[in-house]
Ligand binder design. Sequence first.
Ligand code: PMV
Length: 343
Amino acid sequence: MLKSKLPGFLVFSKENIVTKILSPKNPAPLLENAKSFAPANIALAKYWGKRNSELNLPMNSSLSISLDQRGATAMLTATTLQHRLTINHQNVESTTPHGRRLIDYLNLFHAITGVYYHLTLEVNIPFAAGLASSAAVFAAIIQAMNSLHQWHLSYKELSILARLGSGSAARSILQGFVEWHQGENPNGMDSFAEKIPVIWPQLCVGLCIFNVNEKPVSSREGMQRTKTTSPLYANWPHIANTAVTTLKEAIISQDFALLGRTAENNALTMHATMLSAWPPLLYSTQETLTQMQKIWQLRQDGLPIYFTQDAGPNLKILCLQKDMAEINHQFDTIEWVHPFRTE
Ligand code: PMV
């Protein structure tokens, strides 16, 4: 059951966790195919750093907002001999980095079901440009897998299994505001996401996508480098957990200034911590800084506008619907998301 046993320390593998969750469900019936959509999500209090990099267990809790219709649709069909991948209408070889990661994930389930899968993905956000595409992808796959095999997994189980594909996928199982509890258990069974049952129809997220290039340093590598080399990292878990608490207060009292300030400061603190890693880690470009300064100027002029930034150069604007038109004037291209419109 256990992958390896170090003196006094148990190391759990992904396979152990999948077996633990799915073994009561076997043998599973199989539909011909199954399709599921999962949204991308933007963290307002970020996940940065793993306490277990095999299971994607975080050093801190995080809080996000899901992006409504922007995300990934996964379709799974049982096939023969080997897995197949189709992404946005193109066949993807299992030897490419994206392909390898997806095949490894499918293999976790193949080991239990014996089924080979043809996975078809339709993703309507750019890949790997710090726009949480992998979060949506792994959440959509596990939901489709759950339907295909009729496992009737709970949200908690879906969140744990999505997390094995990509940490932030734990949060993409749900729409709206979502909190991912860091958990304490070494097997990660208490590290899953839950919905914060509050809606905020006025709240808008604007995606300023000026750069769709793949990020030069993956978030996995970036987290590891920051955790092991930044002299500031020791403060990060406490800072992020405090931000989660403050954001929940802001959400409950619908205090937009508090939400915006907390989210923007959390993103900047994460980027400052990354910058103090060695070799230094800088996801911002000159365009990022130009946009930041524009946002700060607009705020100084009285417009309630804030931003957040993930492991990429693009900024995500946070504002209220009443200010959208004015903000649209100020930026070349913003793609708007209304996270609560369909709730
Ligand atoms: O889940 P990953 O490995 O793509 O990491 C996500 C990291 C950030 O987007 C920077 C923060 C977050 O909480 O989503």
